[in-house]
Design a protein around this ligand. Structure first.
Ligand code: AMP
Ligand code: MG
Length: 268
């Protein structure tokens, strides 16, 4: 995996989100960025077929962001390159009664991708150290222990063949206002507006503090976090696609060898 990627949170470093841009264009024009992105999508399509054919690895993509950060649109744009047969997207909402009666990773583990497949988490087990912390849903002792639990869980997945990449789609508070406003103004976007988002917005700083701790403590060699400047959509898509291509290419996958000689076979 590209260790030099400026978006990658180097394990052991303390993240301050203020130091990360939200509107970076990587010094590219939109046209150049879109051209590169189209090429990367073709590569992603091929790499996924290889992942499926070889069946030795799985890929887990974790997406987190503040409301209106662009998780849905990233999934549509980037994961659109994958054959839907080999890719499962799972959205994590507030846990139901049964889920609340299990440990917080129970519903998550159940949804991790099997070998050969790609899993995409729209929100994830990180909510259990984000919303749970910010809204005081559990005593601090409970959520504090979870950073270690998460690292151990992700290590198990990694050691058993799953490549994990985690993206925080980074936007500013002003940008969020514009996007929420747009949801109110555009009648076909209104369904996405949830008045409760405003309560969350009021806790912007608390969420950022919670994100900073999660990004600092849970970016590991085996499951790195990437902080993606997410306000320019074309650049966001490009940055995510680059990481995914890198992650899949570093697996050095091969198509399985046939146990027969195709030249000797005649189809009647
Ligand atoms: P959305 O992604 O906009 O459909 O919203 C999903 C909601 O579920 C968000 O408000 C999340 O904060 C909430 N949510 C997801 N996971 C958890 C969790 N483990 N505990 C509490 N709320 C959660
Ligand atoms: Mg929402």
């Amino acid at each position: 995996m590209a260790k030099h990627d400026p978006c990658r949170v180097v394990p052991g470093t303390k993240v301050r989100l203020k130091d990360f841009k939200t509107d970076d264009d990587g010094g590219l024009s939109k046209a150049d960025g879109e051209r590169e992105f189209a090429g990367l999508c073709e590569r992603l399509t091929d790499l996924q077929e290889l992942l499926y054919a070889e069946g030795k690895h799985a890929l887990l993509i974790v997406l987190q962001a503040m409301d209106a950060g662009g998780k849905d649109s990233t999934i549509r744009n980037v994961c659109g390159a994958f054959n839907p047969q080999g890719c499962k997207v799972v959205g994590f909402k507030a846990p139901n009664d049964v889920e609340l009666r299990h440990d917080f990773l129970w519903r998550v583990h159940e949804n991790t991708p099997r070998l050969g497949y790609i899993g995409v988490f729209n929100r994830s087990h990180y909510e259990d150290v984000l919303v749970v912390r910010v809204k005081d849903l559990l005593p601090e002792k409970r959520w504090r222990a979870r950073y270690e639990h998460i690292n151990a869980f992700e290590k198990i997945l990694h050691d058993e063949g799953t490549t994990i990449v985690k993206f925080f789609l980074h936007i500013s508070k002003e940008y969020q206002r514009d996007r929420l406003q747009r949801r109110l103004e555009k009648r076909d976007k209104l369904w996405k507006f949830d008045p409760a988002d405003l309560t969350e917005r009021a806790r912007w700083d608390d969420y950022h503090a919670a994100y900073e701790e999660a990004l600092s403590r849970c970016s590991t060699e085996h499951a790195p976090w990437y902080i993606i400047p997410a306000e320019r959509h074309w650049h966001r898509n490009l940055a995510v696609a680059r990481v995914l291509v890198d992650a899949l290419e570093s697996l050095n996958m091969k198509f399985p060898k046939a146990d027969f000689n195709p030249d000797e076979i005649v189809i009647p």
